[in-house]
Structure formats: structure tokens, C-alpha cells
Design a protein around this ligand. Sequence first.
Ligand code: SAH
Ligand code: SF4
Length: 352
Amino acid sequence: MRSKTETRETKLDACDITRMLEACPGDETESLFAFADRTRKHFVGDSVHIRGIIEFSNYCTRNCMYCGLRRDNRNLLRYRMTPDEIVAAAKNGILSGYRTIVLQSGEDPYYSASDIARITEGIKSCGDVAVTLSIGERTLSEYATMRSAGADRFLLKHETADAELYLRLHPGASLETRLECLQNLKSLGFQVGSGFIVGLPGQDISTVAEDITLLKLLDCDMAGIGPFIPHPDTPLALHPPGDVMMTLKALAVTRLILPYANLPVTTALSTLRNDGRHLALSCGGNVIMPNITPAKYRELYEIYPDSASLRDPEDGGIREIAVMLEAMGRKMSTTRGDSFRRETGTRGAPSS
Ligand code: SAH
Ligand code: SF4
């Protein structure tokens, strides 16, 4: 599979993508992963960016069929961190060496846009760090308030590119609105991340191919691709988990199609496989997002059970990660790990 195209962005259409996703176990899959790994090395280098994630509220007004934080789950004790607690947790993270802080929550309007703006300013006053928000759908003007306060990036997965499936899995919501939010975020100058879940009921290979095509269409700066994990207190409790191999193939193909993107190892993958980080970093991944939420809240942020992030030490295990990366011949990035587009004004060369 090695070819001259490795030094250029690979042009792949939906048929090519489907064919690659159909790669058989063994040689075909190995060569796809090796191609993705070389592409990652060529376009974004050996550095791995480490983002500390703080899960600051598990309240959610939405009712996504797959998620343990869904509004109708009454078996969950809900919590909200105060703005001071959030900034303090971020400060600890920055002192441990994180150059990006990710703030994630259910869709919780309790925090106004100006609350999020103030929290962002508080974090950014602690050092030269990037702030990524992952707090769901808001209006353009709310996003603008957050951006003006210095928020750099926003993660909002499209979850599935199949509009009908989206409707079934997200009561009262639409893919169209999701995509409008992503466009609004882009227009405000956020570095934007989307992504999807592998193994949703009703999904097949062609849906996954559409998901990857949509990531390309959105020209994402980042993309999170993780397997579905059933949660007992949701309508999808009995649906089997997503396939790890398909998740890795989707990640590998995404690296080929968006060679400059920042592609994290998802926690869901590490939850299904202890060696998830190693696997994903070897087939296109270049970002790890350790959990730095204060220990007392962690178990309550139960999107799915037994999350691998419960095993992260209070500082997210940043030193242990450095050792693991060294052993893999990779290194921990010393930069904020902004989108290559932002660092160079165009698509440019990899940095440390
Ligand atoms: N509320 C925000 C951010 C928190 S949810 C939002 O929805 O954007 C973060 C991600 O968790 C979601 O984007 C979804 O892809 C993932 N997720 C939720 N439930 C899951 C499950 N059961 N298995 C795998 N991933 C899940
Ligand atoms: Fe809420 Fe996000 Fe879970 Fe949906 S995926 S229920 S929006 S936390």
C-alpha cells in the first residue's frame, strides 16, 4: 500500500473508503494501519498532544438513547462543579504540565455563556494554555461570547451522518441543527472537532463511510471516533458494544483522508481494550485526553459504565504516559498542539 501519494493528501471517495473499511483481518488490515501510521508520521510527526479533561457537570437536558447522562436516567446522582472548582482543577492540570484543558459536560444550560466565558478567562489567566469546550449545542451568540473570552476549540461530534438514525437516537434533535452548530463554531474561528460512534444500532459500513466523508466535508481540525458501549440505564442497554477493529479501521481511514487532523485515542476505546491507547496511536492517533476531574466526581460522569478514565490518577497519569510514549518511540508534545492550520496560517509542517 506504500506509494507516492504518501507525501500528498490522499484523495479518497466513498467507494474507496468503504473498501478500506472492509479490509480483512490480517495482512489487509495491518497494511491499512501501517499506511495510516506512516501518514500520521509524515504529516503531524511523532509528538503526541496531551489534553487534560475536566468533566464539570453531569446534568443533561438531552435524551440521547445511548448515553448514561441522558435526562430520563433517574438512577444517577447529578453534580455540578462551581466555577472556582473548575478553575482550580484546571490550574492543577496546568501545574502538572497540560497545555490544553478540555471542559466537558452534559448539555447543561445552568451555566450561562458568560459563566463559561468567565471560567475560560480564569483558566487562560493561569498560563499559555488552550481551552477546548465540549458542552453541546448553543446559539451562535452564546458560542461568540465563549470565543471572545478566549476559548480556542470546540468538540461537538456529529455522532452519526445518517439523518434518520440521528433522529431515532436523539429525540427532539436533528443532524441539521448539529451541523449548523458546527458551521457556526467554524465561522467564529474555533478549531472544531467532530466525530462519531462506531456500533450504533442500524449502522453499517456504508454509514461509517458516510461519517468519514462528513468529517472531510466539515474539514475538521479534530475528530473523535469511539466504539459504542452499552449503559444499563438507557434504551440501548442490550445492544452489543461497537467493534474495536472497525473503530481502528475508521480511525486509520480518517488519518488518510484528514492527514493534518488531531485524532485522539477515545476513552471508549481504552475502556474496551486495555491497550487501546497503544493501538490507536499506532494507526493514526496523535492525541491522548487523560481525565483530570477531581476524584469525587468521576464515577458520577457515567456516560457508559467502567470508563477507563476512572483508572487515571488524579493528575491524569501524565508522567506514566510520557514513559509509555518513549517506549513506543514517540514523544510528548511540548506545544499546545493547535491545529496545523492555526500554527502556520496554512497546512504546514509538523511541530514538536
Ligand atoms: N454533552 C456533550 C459532551 C459530552 S458527551 C455532547 O454530547 O456533545 C461526549 C461524547 O460521549 C458524545 O459525543 C458521545 O459520542 C459519547 N458517548 C455518549 N454515550 C456513549 C456510549 N454509550 N458509548 C460510547 N460513546 C458515548
Ligand atoms: Fe447529554 Fe452528551 Fe450524553 Fe447526549 S451524549 S445525553 S448530550 S451528555
